[in-house]
Design a protein around this ligand. Sequence first.
Ligand code: NAD
Length: 478
Amino acid sequence: MEEWNLSLAPENAAHVQLKKKYELFINGEFQKPFSNKYFETVNPATEQAIALVAEANEKDVDQAMKAAAEAYKPWSKLSGAERGKYIYRIARMIQEKSREFAVIESLDGGKPIRESRDIDIPLAAAHFFYYAGWADKLEYAFPMRKPQSLGVAAQIIPWNFPLLMAAWKIAPALACGNTVVLKPAETTPLTALKLAEVIQEAGLPQGVVNIITGAGKTGAEMCAHPIPNKLAFTGSTEVGKLVYKAALSGNKKVTLELGGKAADIIFDDAPIDATIEGIINGIYFNQGHVCCAGSRLFVQETVYEEILVKLKKRMNTLIVGDPMDKNTDIGAINSKEQLDVINRYLKIGRAEGAEIYQPNCKMPELGNWCPPTLFTNVAQSNRISQEEIFGPVLAIQTFRTIEEVIDKANNTPFGLSAGVWTDKGSKIFQLTKALKAGVIWANTFNKFDPTSPFGGYKESGFGREGGVHGLDAYLKFD
Ligand code: NAD
C-alpha cells in the first residue's frame, strides 16, 4: 500500500446549528405532522442519530398540496422579474450559508466535505442563479410559443446529491411560475430542511415551496394525490416505473431521472495519466453513488496493461474514511441497506468468475464503508456489468475496434451518460453520435453545469433537467 501520510484536517462543525427535531415545512411554517410520527436520520460515518424528522402521512401530503395550489394563484400571476428576485435571494443565501450546508450534507449523507464544499453546494447555488435569470425571459427561450406555468409540481428526490437535486427541481419550477411540494430521501432530509429555513427567511410567499419528509409511502401519496399537475422524480428505475404509472392514471406531466450504467471508453491515443484521474473521478466520486458514474470501463487492448497498473497504483493512494476530514477521497456509504446491496454485488461478481481488486486501506470500525473496488475478467453478460450497483465498484472490459466498443457500450438497459478518452476529435464525434446516452463527456467525466441539459434514454428515464430544456419540463404551450 502506497499511503500518503497526511495529518488529519477535520472541518470545524461548531458553527452548524442543528435542531433535535424537524417538522414539516407547509405553507411557510414548520408544523407537526398529523401522523405524529418521527424517524431518525443517522450519520452513516458514526452510526449516531443526528435528529428526528417528521413523517408525513396522507393528511399531511394533502395539506401541503392544498397550500401549494392556493399559493399558485398569486405566484403564477407575479411578473417573471419579481419571481426572479426571490430565486436570486435564495441563491445568495445558499452561498452565504454554504459552509453550514456543506457540513450538514456530509454529516447526514456521508460524502467527503471536499465534495459537498466544492461541488454540491456551489452547484446548488448556481442552479438557483441560472434559473433566476430565466424567470423574466421565458418568452425569449420559447419564441412564438406562449409558455405558461403548469400549476403544482410534486417533486421526489434521492439521497446521493440531496441539496443539489432539490435545486435542480425547485429552481426551474419556480422560474416558470409553478409552486412545489418537495420530498427529500428519508436518509438525507437535513439540507432540504435547512433550505426550507432559507426559503422562509427569504420571504418567499407562503405555500410556494413546501418541503415534506417521509419515505416511499409518503412519496407514493404525493404521486397519487389529485392536485399536482406535474410529477418530477429522480431515483431508481424500479420506483420510477411506479411514478410513471401514477402520472398516466392521474393525467399528469412527468419527468423521470433514473439509474445508469455508464460506459467510460479509453482509446490507446488518450493522455493516459489524465485519463487515470478521469476514471477515478468517474467511479469513486461520491462513493460511486452517482447515477451517471462511469461504472463500466472499456479499455483498448493495446493500453490495457498500462492502464490497469496505473489505475491500481492510484487506487492505493485513495483515502477512505471520515467524511469531515478534508483529506478524505471516499466517505461513508449512505446507509446500511446500500452497503448490503454493494456487498451482495461483490459476491455476485466473484461468483460470476470476475477477479476483484481492492487496496488494503484502513477503514474506521464504526460506520458503513466500502474500499474502492475494481473487477477484471468481466463478461458482457455478467450482472456486475449490466446492473446499477451505486457504489465504488468498477467493472473493466477490453475492446479492439470502435464498432466493437459502440456495441458493447450500448449493450445495457440504461442510457444516461458515457465518457470518451482520445486525442482524436473524429473518434469523439463518431462515438457521441452512436452512443445511446443523454450526456457524453469527452476527455473528462462527471462535470455538471446548470446551463447544460441532463437526462437519459431507455431505462434511465426521460425529460431533461438543466439548461433551457429544463424549463420545458415545467411549462405548457398553447
Ligand atoms: P429510490 O427510487 O429508492 O428513492 C428515490 C426517492 O423516491 C426517495 O425520496 C424515496 O423515498 C422515494 N420513493 C420510494 N418509493 C416510492 C414510491 N413508491 N413512490 C414515490 N416515491 C418513492 O432511489 P434512491 O435509492 O434514493 O436513489 C438512488 C437511485 O437514484 C439510483 O438508481 C440513481 O441512479 C438514481 N439517480 C438518478 C439521477 C438522474 O439524474 N438520472 C440522479 C441521482 C440519482
